[in-house]
Design a protein around this ligand. Sequence first.
Ligand code: NAP
Length: 253
Amino acid sequence: MILNAFNLEGKIALVTGCNTGLGQGMALGLAQAGCDIIGVNRAGPADTQAKVAALGRRFWSIQADLTQPSVVPHIVEQAIAQAGHIDILVNNAGIIRRDDALNFSEQDWDDVMNINSKSLFFLSQQVARQFIAQGKGGKIINIASMLSFQGGIRVPSYTASKSAVMGLTRLMANEWAKHGVNVNAIAPGYMATNNTEQLRNDESRNEEILGRIPAGRWGIPDDMMGPIVFLASDASDYINGYTLAVDGGWLAR
Ligand code: NAP
């Protein structure tokens, strides 16, 4: 029956940046659907760990700074040593730096590109190799952005990195579909998390943004739960290389 296809019981999901915001919402959604979680964070994600445990699911914590792509192979080694296998990868960790394009620094370029696209690609590569070795396919879900579709303003490295995420999602899907690996992305709209605190605190930007969201509100981490469970489950087995907007209608305007 179709609802069984959404059941993730017995699956193991590796989620980067799951101690706050959208990553926490997605880790909890996956755990509610039956997954055990491997969380990759800079510090121990105590809150998420406790919430996953309260759902009766296992949680393993790996500490890594994803601005250093060299950490990636160790993440997968540790994940396999602890959990035995991986079924789902959620590339969520990401940062943003704001400055006028005329002033933007090389440091702000490199830091954002390293975590948002370079580590995302190399972690996907390592996990895809693991999926192929396991012989049962797998699911990779990348977190894109409205700025995968639009130019944005004062966030050049973020726009570049998130545009890369949408392109890489297609490329990886094309190469790995034959191994039963689905690669898709979710492009969140304007969501109330640390990442957008500055925007929400700016009264005129906040009003401007709310004014063009058809749903009339900022998104919240819980809004990511249904889409992530769908894309992580057998229910989406014939969806490859697609970026799903979860944006309250922002792109429809
Ligand atoms: P957030 O609350 O700031 O979460 C970002 C996560 O990434 C945190 O868990 C953070 O951990 C982790 N992280 C940051 N730098 C890291 C590093 N060097 N190594 C490992 N982990 C690191 O913001 P969010 O809004 O939930 O963002 C999650 C994802 O959604 C990002 O990719 C973001 O670009 C994307 N997104 C957000 C929105 C939005 O409106 N909020 C819209 C579109 C896309 P720490 O707590 O240790 O920093």
